[in-house]
Design a protein around this ligand. Structure first.
Ligand SMILES: [Zn+2]
Length: 290
């Protein structure tokens, strides 16, 4: 079965993002993260044992701000750059469409359509906390409707980030419930499963049959929290709707340890369930076959 990492970032520093912004994002962990291009991601996939990676850029120019660098807010990794990295990857990478919807909603809808139909991208990424909108803001409806028409899922960032100008009020995954109630057929990947609002993330995924849990970046939080989430998702019948994302980290130990902790607590995450998490479920979701 294919293994798929569905949450990876490509960024060239400083062409696509100022150094202060990258430093601020990883400040709590003191990580020194520099430029990452498509071939770096393929190396990462090889090192961590994944066949396929889904890579994303993004456009956060409108809301990026630091008082010491007021003119230095250009955070923009274009979809065409992502497509170029995909084209050079020998079939290892797939593109994720990203844009700033509030710059221009009709333009964002057209760009999504172009990314899917012309560039063969498989997913839309939205980042409400970075863009200062609620995920259930009615202005986004045309984008959700275009996802349904194109039959692609939308991955929505939920949960915390160290980026100071992100808006925490738009991080709680409960705000996705309204999206799920209004668009029952929309496939939604709850990125980061809302950490630290993990119980809310589990609840919203378990409730909506087309919602998926994804725990990218949880190497920062440790295996106990992941074990707790996996056990709850299994108890609520949603373990077959978990997809793997790494946020460019090596999460092998994290998942192995979480599985051991769950077992010690009396819940077995089976080999079949693990294979689904590591790629089987994502392959179906993104239309990727070996
Ligand atoms: Zn990410």
């Amino acid at each position: 079965m294919l293994t798929i990492d569905c949450h990876l970032h490509v960024t060239e520093v400083p062409e696509h993002a100022p150094e202060w912004w990258v430093r601020e994002m990883y400040a709590p962990w003191g990580w020194d993260v520099g430029s990452v291009n498509g071939s770096d991601i393929v190396e990462h996939l090889d090192a961590t044992g994944f066949d396929i990676g889904m890579i994303q850029g993004g456009d956060i120019r409108r809301t990026t701000y630091h008082p010491d660098h007021p003119a230095d807010h250009r955070v923009f990794v274009p979809n065409d750059y992502v497509a170029h990295q995909v084209a050079q990857s020998g079939g290892r990478l797939y593109g994720v469409a990203a844009m700033d919807p509030l710059r221009d909603i009709p333009a964002a809808v057209l760009e999504l359509e172009r990314c899917v139909k012309e560039l063969d991208f498989r997913l839309l990424k939205l980042v409400p906390t970075y863009h200062h909108y609620a995920p259930n803001d009615r202005r986004l409806d045309p984008l959700y409707e275009k996802c349904l028409e194109l039959d692609i899922p939308v991955m929505i960032h939920t949960g915390w980030t160290a980026t100071i100008n992100s808006a925490m009020e738009f991080q709680d995954p409960i705000q996705l419930d309204d999206v799920g109630r209004r668009y029952r057929d929309l496939k939604v990947i709850v990125a980061h499963l809302g950490y630290p609002w993990v119980d809310e993330g589990v609840a919203v995924v378990a409730k909506h049959p087309n919602f998926y849990a994804e725990m990218a970046g949880w190497t920062a939080w440790g295996p106990e929290i992941l074990a707790g989430a996996l056990v709850k998702l299994k108890e609520l019948g949603a373990i077959d709707r978990v997809v793997f994302g790494s946020d460019n980290t090596d999460a092998r130990d994290l998942y192995r340890d979480a599985r051991r902790i769950a077992r010690e607590q009396g819940t077995e995450i089976t080999d079949e369930e693990m294979a689904g998490i590591m790629g089987g479920t994502a392959a179906g979701l993104f239309g990727i076959s070996a």
